[in-house]
Write a protein that binds this ligand. Structure first.
Ligand SMILES: [Zn+2]
Length: 412
């Protein structure tokens, strides 16, 4: 029987990095290699309705064993890895019987996984830790999630004595570049709720994300030759600089907030005398606050418009994603069953918020309420990425308990 660790290593060694500069879908051909491998493995283990589409979305069904009609749930993970660090030639190192202490990565001894920065390591002495050699990322984000789902599926189909409801499995591409759900057929997928297996550590249920809008501030000035600028030139760079300078300095920024506080964050500033543009992200857990942040930008623009009547200052707001918590209220069982399953797997769950978005926020907004669950991944997007076999094993147990917990429900 394939072990959880073997599965993880098999998936981690494949380079499946996404590419945000590519316009194809999936963004890189190499993601399809893993998608097809997973579809084949799903078929070989006896899952039903196995499919893999041209976009690399894999779907399959673990049939129910309960006699009544129970609701369908979905487990999701993503095959791609982050473009933020190399994933070319991943050489995973398995640290059996971890003795404690910092872990120096041999391929680049500058890279050290320090206990101080990774307190979870203290709980994992004697267990099996997997790291890279320090020259690539590991891709435990999200291959630990894939290995956990595949292992849970294999155990469920092999044991019909476990009383469970039906589970749909779904692997997607390009999550890391925000396009994970773009070509996903939710109708075909089905399900009353989903669970992304893409969370860090052990025992966490992410049930809230930011709500997010983007503001593009465009200042149109008047350019002339500098020698003939007097009374005519209107410099868009200077006006936009004053705009940015008027943003709150001691609050509402990533540098000054944490936990549940939101922010208004300029992250791109570009242009010239004739036109200058700033891209600003607006973030808060409390969705109506985003309208206040838009209003704040208009308040900043008003006196500048009065001071520079020859210039044009435009603010365009676009919606990006919404707090997953808003949509989870429509299916309260999604989080309740996850809590029940984690306790049944011997872990006291912690509800947690993500200061960002996930595929789960997009899926939730699209009508599939989808919280995010722990899979033992740590330090994502970094050469110091690592995972714990024991934490992954807990996630497998939890998924089996989750299928059982949903098996007690009935479709009304
Ligand atoms: Zn991920």
């Amino acid at each position: 029987m394939t072990t959880l660790l073997e599965r993880f290593l098999r998936y981690a060694k494949l380079d499946t990095q996404a590419d945000e500069t590519s316009s194809s879908s999936p963004s890189t051909e190499k993601q399809l290699v893993l998608s097809r491998m997973l579809a084949d493995e799903c078929g070989a283990m006896g899952l039903k309705d196995v499919s893999c589409d041209e976009f690399g979305n894999v779907m399959a069904t673990i049939p129910a064993t309960v006699a009544h009609e129970a609701p369908v749930i979905v487990w999701l993970a993503h095959v791609d890895t982050s473009p933020e660090f190399s994933s070319d030639g991943v050489r995973p190192i398995v640290h059996d019987n971890y003795a404690g202490g910092d872990i120096v990565l041999p391929g680049d001894p500058q890279q050290v996984i320090r206990v101080e920065e990774n307190p979870a390591l203290r709980e994992l002495i004697g267990g099996t830790i997997v790291t890279t050699d320090g020259t690539t990322l590991l891709g435990a984000d999200d291959k630990s999630g894939i290995a956990v789902i595949m292992t849970a599926a294999a155990r469920l189909v092999a044991d019909s004595s476990i009383q469970r409801g039906p589970v749909r499995i779904c692997f997607t591409c390009d999550e890391e570049i925000g396009r994970g759900t773009e070509n996903l057929d939710l109708e075909k997928l089905g399900g009353v709720c989903g669970y992304t297996l893409d969370g860090e550590g052990r025992g966490t249920i992410d049930n809230e994300t930011f709500s997010a809008d983007q503001a593009v501030v465009t200042v149109t000035g008047v350019n002339t030759h500098p020698s003939k600028g007097k009374g005519v030139m209107v410099n868009a760079i200077k006006i936009l600089s004053r705009f940015i300078d008027a943003l709150p300095q001691d609050r509402l920024s990533p540098e000054t907030t944490d936990e549940r506080d939101g922010f208004v964050h300029p992250y791109v500033f570009e242009g010239g005398v004739a036109e200058a543009t700033a891209r600003i992200i607006l973030r808060d857990f409390d969705t109506p606050k985003l309208a206040e942040y838009s209003a704040l930008l208009e308040e900043i623009a008003a006196p500048l418009r009065a001071a520079y009547p020859q210039a044009r200052i435009e603010i365009a707001i676009t919606e990006q994603y919404r707090n997953m918590g808003d949509g989870l209220e429509t299916e309260p069982r999604a989080v309740a069953k996850a809590v029940e399953a984690m306790r049944a797997a011997g872990v006291e769950p912690q509800l947690s918020v993500i200061r960002g978005g996930t595929d789960g926020s997009l899926l939730t907004a699209a009508g599939l309420p989808t919280p995010n669950l722990s899979t033992g991944q740590h330090n994502p997007h970094s050469p110091r990425e690592w995972t714990s076999v024991e934490e992954m094993e807990t996630a497998v147990e939890m998924l089996i308990k989750l299928a059982e917990a949903w098996g007690t429900e009935r479709v009304e």
